[in-house]
Design a protein around this ligand. Structure first.
Ligand code: NAD
Ligand code: AKB
Length: 330
């Protein structure tokens, strides 16, 4: 008579083993920590080209990994029994315009490596973020809808738009459960932003608290879609936990929380930092910002899997200041 397998066998069968690629970046640090809280530290493997971010040290396994090295990536996926992959490694808009070839290679080949391996190894789910950078100057400026004219003018935006269609292709052709969000500019205090056009909205807090002033690289009336990191992390987790039949968009979902200009965030910061001064010296990033919509319509995400944002400009500013002041006081 065959013996019944031990209970641990069944537990292991349902436990997810997650690989986060680009875990030391602005989103990666917070997403890795959130995934570890849900799935357990040992179940979430952080990986990056660079050293682990100090906030990740001692919180769980870390492997050094170059997403461009497909063989090594494949070995890690098999060796670690990976069942889900979160791919965050990319070159963002501002850095991408300085080195378009590098941005295209990493953003495209990195994604194709992951999609191929995920298909071959029957990975349960893949997450890959797109961006509001897919939209270009011919897209609607306000409340830019899910489906509209999309003609990006940055290499970053082109790579994201192409990437969205690769995700869609792998889903429909191979049945891969790959999900994606078009994040707006993300604001966070735990980890530094990595070379984007929206980075000013993070830098302003650090400079205001350290120096009492900030020189902004965008014009005062440049409205852009933005989101506080806790909302972005929750959106990602909710998208990934949603039943597959609720995910009707297999390119990437519009996602929105707030829209503000540099002069508006400067006024908010000044509520907390008396005497705060903002000056403006627009540079090449102004052209990038001008090519993007000012606000996003994310009603499809709200209808399909119940997305709701929590933070507006005032609530985000309060929380950023509170946490950055608290950190300085330690
Ligand atoms: P980031 O630059 O802060 O982090 C990216 C990480 O990837 C870095 O730690 C970097 O070392 C790592 N990396 C680079 N090349 C690698 C390689 N070859 N192999 C392995 N790791 C490598 O970026 P982020 O802001 O955390 O963005 C993560 C993802 O979210 C990107 O796809 C980005 O386009 C997207 N996104 C970010 C924002 C935002 O405001 N932060 C907005 C929209 C979309
Ligand atoms: C950037 O500015 O490049 C990013 C983004 C909106 O994708 N923050």
């Amino acid at each position: 008579m065959a013996l019944a397998p031990p209970l641990a066998y069944f537990c292991d069968m349902v436990k997810e083993k997650i690989l986060v690629i680009g875990a030391s970046g602005q989103i990666g640090v917070e997403l890795t920590m959130a995934l570890r809280r849900i799935h357990g530290n040992a179940q979430v493997i952080a990986s990056d080209l660079r050293e682990p971010n100090p906030l990740l040290l001692g919180t769980g396994p870390y492997v050094s990994l170059d997403v461009m090295n497909k063989e090594m990536l494949h070995v890690q996926v098999i060796r670690q029994n990976i069942t889900q992959i979160y791919l965050l490694a990319a070159i963002l808009s501002a850095t991408g315009e300085k080195n378009p070839g590098l941005a295209w290679n990493l953003n495209m080949q990195g994604l194709l490596n992951v999609l191929d391996i995920a298909r071959e190894e029957k990975i349960h789910k893949v997450y890959w973020p797109s961006s509001i950078a897919v939209f270009g100057p011919t897209s609607p400026r306000r409340d830019c809808p899910q489906q509209t004219v999309i003609e990006p003018t940055t290499v970053y935006g082109i790579s994201k738009y192409a990437g969205e269609f690769w995700c869609n292709y792998y889903h429909h052709r191979y049945g891969l459960d790959v999900r994606s969000l078009r994040y707006p500019g993300l604001i966070s205090y735990k980890s530094e932003p990595g070379g984007g056009t929206t980075d000013y909205a993070v830098e302003i807090f650090h400079e205001a608290l350290d120096e009492g002033r900030y020189e902004c690289f965008l014009k005062p009336d440049t409205y852009l879609p933005m989101m506080y990191m806790p909302d972005a992390i929750r959106a990602t987790l909710e998208l990934m936990e949603a039943p597959a039949d609720r995910i009707r968009v297999r390119t990437s979902y519009n996602l929105s929380a707030m829209s503000f200009s540099p002069s508006e965030i400067a006024s908010e910061v000044a509520r907390h930092v008396p005497g705060f001064e903002m000056s403006y010296r627009p540079d090449y990033r102004q052209t990038i910002a001008d090519s993007w919509p000012q606000s996003i319509d994310d009603s499809v995400a709200r209808a399909d899997w119940g997305w709701r944002h929590h933070y507006d400009l005032a609530a985000m500013t309060d929380d950023m200041i509170l946490n950055l002041k608290g950190r300085d006081a330690v």
